[in-house]
Design a protein around this ligand. Sequence first.
Ligand code: ADP
Ligand code: ASP
Ligand code: MG
Length: 465
Amino acid sequence: MIVMKFGGTSNRDAAAIANVLRIITTHLAERPVVVISAIANATNDLEESARTAASGDASRGEEILTRLNARHLAIVGALVRDKARAGNLLGAFSGYLKELTTLLHGLAILHELTPRTMDAICSYGERFSSRIIAAGLQESGVDAVWVDAKDFMLTDSNFGRALPVMEAVRSNLVRVVVPLLERQQVPVTQGFIGVTSSGAYTTMGRESSDFSASIIGAALDAERVQIWTDVDGILTADPRIVAGVQKVRHMSFDEAFELSYFGAKVLHPNTMLPLLEKNIPVEVRNSRREEGTGTLIEQPDPSRAVAPAVKSISFSADVTVVSLSPRKRTNQYLFWEGVFSVLSRSGIDVRSVTTSEYKIAFTIAGSYESSTVIPCLEEFGPVTVLPGQASLCIVGSGLREWNGFAGRVFGALTGLKTSLIAYGASGLSMTVVVDRLELEDALVRLHNEFFGSPAPSGEFDVPFN
Ligand code: ADP
Ligand code: ASP
Ligand code: MG
């Protein structure tokens, strides 16, 4: 069997969804489990309606919901002709809408929005869209069955960034989904959402439907996991910023992880983790150009020599560089320990770290200028905060052994001020932090340096190692 995941960009409107339905029907022989994201922007709308209601304005929150509901209804109107089927769907939708409205009123009364309630509200986006896809498939004569992720995706209760309990997910899938596959049915379920042992909805972080697909793929020993999106595969840079990008045909799990961890939106970084051990390949493909082969992510053959090559450059547009040195220069290890325990207690993900004998500098996502974590760090010594930065991450293989690689990076960035440089400990990346206003310039310069002349095919490949 295979897992086919379709992102919000593929579920934007009725025409895009009709295309998704067609793609699924061409893969029926491979026994797909279909994983669906909310329609484009639905999760943003749900978040905004929740925040608006919690600020005391339930009716403006409801307006946002009404507009989202109208988008869902327009899709149902265009795709579902069968009256009984459409009636069932609309019945489920009005139930969802009632529940959401009640939640918004509760938020407006309490003026409080917990991560748990935010997850409950966001879970509806995937529930709406997956019901549409299941009904649309049935409409085309496919024996599709809507499966509630609540019936199998058990997670911890870390709302907003929950993690799956793999053994339980596996046995739940064997109980709930495998019998459907054995009957040649097509299960359609939701990405992004899970459930705690006490039955509360969780989410696994924004953009995590990719991760849901790989959890299901690993648990069911899928032949491969397909991530269908709006680009031809993993590209040499984000095409929204750089012109003349090329498609990368092959990548290793580690490279894809590094790229997404340092900002490439095309895949959620956790996607690779459940699949690594079993070497289940991931295909990243374009739902608008189905004929393309996409990018194949798999484990490299360890017996093959590593060829040095840059594969792609990702970025995070909003990072802060924090640096500090201890007040007293004794027991350096206690200083490191203290700093990292403050950061981990605050749930802050540190991205790149550099140290000198008595100084540490690191990047964190977002603007932390006035964050409560800074006073905690100041207990160790003076802290310098540099907001308004952006990090660029050059990802590839054999970078450490590549004589002249760093020279090319610095040469390309001549004249730009860099506030932090880190050679990734993995040997697969180098991170350079620049002023946010110079991000685009830096990205284009680095892309020209390493991918200057586009391959005639528009595809880029290096010996897969
Ligand atoms: P989906 O809704 O399918 O999950 P996303 O918007 O999350 O789609 O991810 C696809 C987008 O990721 C692309 O439209 C592209 O702008 C962006 N992106 C950023 N970096 C890359 C990259 N290196 N390769 C491909 N796409 C990238
Ligand atoms: N709908 C969720 C989001 O927008 C999950 C996803 O699309 O992967 O973040
Ligand atoms: Mg995505």
